[in-house]
Design a protein around this ligand. Structure first.
Ligand SMILES: Nc1ncnc2c1ncn2[C@@H]1O[C@H](COP(=O)(O)OP(=O)(O)OP(=O)(O)O)[C@@H](O)[C@H]1O
Ligand SMILES: [Mg+2]
Length: 262
């Protein structure tokens, strides 16, 4: 269970450039929850994910993972149990290493050096099988350099790397935004399959409202560093894209809080 308690992130505090990017946010994710996050540019979505991943310093509030207070834990330590994907397919993989080498690197992350014979061959089989599941033909190209792959193939590989050792949390920040619509759909299907298969607690930021409603079981609507609304259950199921757009239209400074916060 992930608990976000009264989380606030202020950039450049006390300077003229002070910016409260996340403003007293609280919410809880149960194990296996797949939560989508939407909201206009600058709403604080990436900052929220950064605070959870540890590359953004938290100003106040707490983040608890299964009761463990990780609010100020070093990013590299969290990386052992948090998988993360960004919009840019070039992030997250080493371009001059092969698919196999990239997977090996991800697989051994956080583990001690494994000893014994045969381990490597077994790993190779495991990687090949995992790639085959993606349905992109990567299993035929295990010795190819990752830099030669298309953006979609690369993003699929990054997803595999982030989940090969099942993470406790998966953070996806617009991970299909740079892909063409067909590839984007394919990556979303792969994402859903992996998340469901391993029951991974997942937080996914997207500007694609259709995907935000279609995937996962809850949607957070963010504006100006705050959560305007949490959509779930029947309300979410019956929500149209137009309904969600209306929420967006109501998120300006003239925001009618009572109408939106319910
Ligand atoms: N490192 C930083 N230093 C100063 N301000 C920052 C920093 N990172 C983000 N901000 C500001 O915090 C606010 C929230 O930014 P954030 O990137 O979290 O928005 P977002 O919801 O992810 O937007 P987008 O949809 O454009 O990705 C913005 O006003 C942004 O300019
Ligand atoms: Mg962002």
């Amino acid at each position: 269970m992930l608990e976000i308690k009264n989380l606030t992130v202020i950039f450049n505090e006390g300077t003229v450039n002070e910016k409260k990017a996340v403003d007293h946010i609280s919410f809880t994710m149960n194990d296996g929850d797949f939560v989508t996050v939407i909201g206009s540019n600058g709403a604080g979505k990436s900052t929220l994910l950064g605070a959870i991943a540890g590359n953004v310093e938290v100003t106040s509030g707490e983040i608890l993972n299964n009761g463990y207070n990780m609010t100020h834990e070093a990013e590299h330590k969290r990386a052992q149990y948090i998988g993360r994907l960004y919009q840019d397919p070039l992030k997250g993989t080493a371009p001059h290493m092969t698919i196999e080498e990239n997977l090996e690197l991800a697989y051994s992350r956080g583990k001690r050096m494994r000893m014994g014979l045969g381990g490597r061959k077994e790993d190779e089989k495991l990687f090949e099988a995992a790639c085959a599941k993606l349905g992109l033909g990567l299993e035929q190209r295990m010795k190819s350099e990752v830099g030669l792959l298309s953006g979609g193939q690369r993003q699929a590989l990054t997803l595999l790397m982030a989940t090969l050792q099942t993470p406790e949390l998966l953070l996806l920040d617009e991970h299909t935004a740079a892909l063409d619509p067909v590839t984007s759909n394919k990556i979303m299907e792969i994402t859903e399959n992996i998340v469901n298969e391993h029951h991974i607690t997942t937080l996914m930021v997207t500007h694609n409202i259709e995907n935000a409603l279609k995937y996962g079981n809850k949607t957070l609507v963010m504006s100006q560093g705050r959560i305007l609304k949490i959509l779930e259950g029947d309300v979410r199921k019956n929500m149209s894209i137009t309904d969600v757009m209306k929420l967006y239209n109501n998120t300006g400074d003239a925001l009618s809080d009572s109408a939106i916060l319910g």
